[in-house]
Design a protein around this ligand. Structure first.
Ligand SMILES: *Cc1c(COP(=O)(O)O)cnc(C)c1O
Length: 387
């Protein structure tokens, strides 16, 4: 038995870089102090380029789901008609939140593993024949590994009806993709700390357009902890309405430093290169990709379909027990059907090379066929061209 370094390749939580861990472990400061105000000011501003916004990013102490919920409660009035694009387990979460609070919820189903087809979606809206006030979608649907064409969708939506609010769940891709609220015509973009932003779990983020900010103040849907107006008011004083996770705010600032050091464009490029290399390698290992269309494959998570349930369990269990590598299974009806490799945040091409080489050994054992070298050679060709 060899020793293998633990490798966490789930689509959240993701490995946390040392400099972020060190920042998190600094001595505590009072959250109503000048010390904290300085930390918070830096964090609110530092996240702006990551979220592609000119407004300071709101930070809540809660998990990602809280800002999915906040985005609805602060954008939609109780009687409003809202539309949710459901293309996987996180679309379903938006649906469940919506149905907990609102009566007029319309669900647009997309086959899991596929991206929303913008023209078809606009036709659906036309046929709905009600005044829709907001549309909600994932950016990356983490349960399948699809990256939706948010830019095209934003433009098509605003062309169809420019009074619509466009709300995007970017929990599993912000920090690894290019986004611009103005250019992409997004009103609210939410994310969480434990995915591509490579912090521990515990913070949630909200970026918003100017018209979304005005809307937050008008909406009458009841909410308390998730009332974004409270966060906006506190933000003007470089503060938060409730006790924040002070340590993670420092982590945000360490994260922003890391991104500045590498260059945000490089960070994005690195994720896309890893995606391309991994997809090529999995195909070479005769593992079927769930997302067929390369152009809609997420740069942060890749799903593949083993030949059968036995092979799936073998891969997942042996990766962990023999190689110390953790990957994720499927969710919803894809549970027991797919495996997912997260590759976001603190991840290098060589980290993913490890999982490809481990897969070669496991498939060679399981299928009684020689796979050694078949995936890694293809993987390295892609990396070579990109470096
Ligand atoms: C992880 C995730 C969430 C939820 O995050 P929690 O932090 O578990 O509440 C929401 N949406 C997407 C797309 C995610 O990947």
């Amino acid at each position: 038995m060899q020793y293998y370094q633990p490798l966490l390749l789930t689509p959240g939580p993701t490995p946390v870089p040392d400099s972020i861990m060190s920042a998190i472990q600094l001595p505590m400061v009072g959250h109503r102090s000048k010390d904290f105000e300085d930390i918070a000011d830096e964090a609110f501003k530092g996240l702006k380029p990551i979220f592609g916004t000119k407004n300071e990013v709101l930070i809540l102490t809660s998990s990602g789901t809280s800002v999915l919920e906040a985005s609805m409660l602060n954008i939609a009035n109780p009687e409003d008609h809202i539309v949710i694009i459901v293309s996987g387990a996180f679309g379903n979460r938006f649906k469940q939140i919506a149905e907990s609070y609102f009566k007029n919820v319309h669900i647009y189903e997309v086959t899991w593993g596929e991206a929303v087809k913008v023209d078809e979606f606009i036709n659906y809206l036309k046929e709905l024949d009600v005044k829709v006030s907001a549309v909600f979608t994932q950016f990356c649907e983490t349960s399948t590994g699809v990256l939706h064409p948010v830019h095209n969708l934003g433009h098509a939506l605003k062309k169809y009806d420019d009074s619509l609010y466009f709300v995007v769940d970017g929990v599993s891709c912000i920090g690894a993709v290019e986004v611009d609220l103005t250019k992409d015509k997004i009103d609210v973009l939410v994310s969480g700390s434990q995915k591509a932003i490579m912090l521990p779990p515990g913070l949630a983020f909200v970026a918003y357009s100017d018209r979304a900010k005005e809307r937050f103040a008008e909406v009458t849907t009841p909410r308390f902890y998730l009332d974004l107006n409270k966060y906006l008011n506190s933000q003007e004083q470089n503060s938060t309405p409730f006790t924040p996770n002070v340590a993670l705010f420092r982590g945000v600032n360490a994260y922003v430093e890391l991104v500045k050091h590498e260059g945000f464009n490089h960070v994005i490029q690195r994720h896309y290169t890893i995606r391309d290399a991994l997809r090529t390698a999995l195909t070479s290992l005769e593992l079927e990709l769930l997302v067929k269309d390369d152009s809609y494959a997420s740069p942060t998570v890749t799903s593949f379909v083993p030949n059968n349930k036995e092979e799936l369990s073998y891969i997942k269990d042996q990766l962990k027990s023999r190689f110390n590598i953790t990957i994720a299974g499927g969710q919803g009806h894809l549970k027991g059907h797919i495996l997912r490799i997260g590759h976001m945040g603190k991840v290098s091409p060589f980290d993913i090379l490890s999982v490809v080489s481990a897969l070669e050994i496991l498939l060679t054992d399981f299928r009684k066929e020689n796979y050694i070298g078949k995936g890694i050679a293809q993987f390295m060709e892609v990396i070579k061209h990109a470096s």
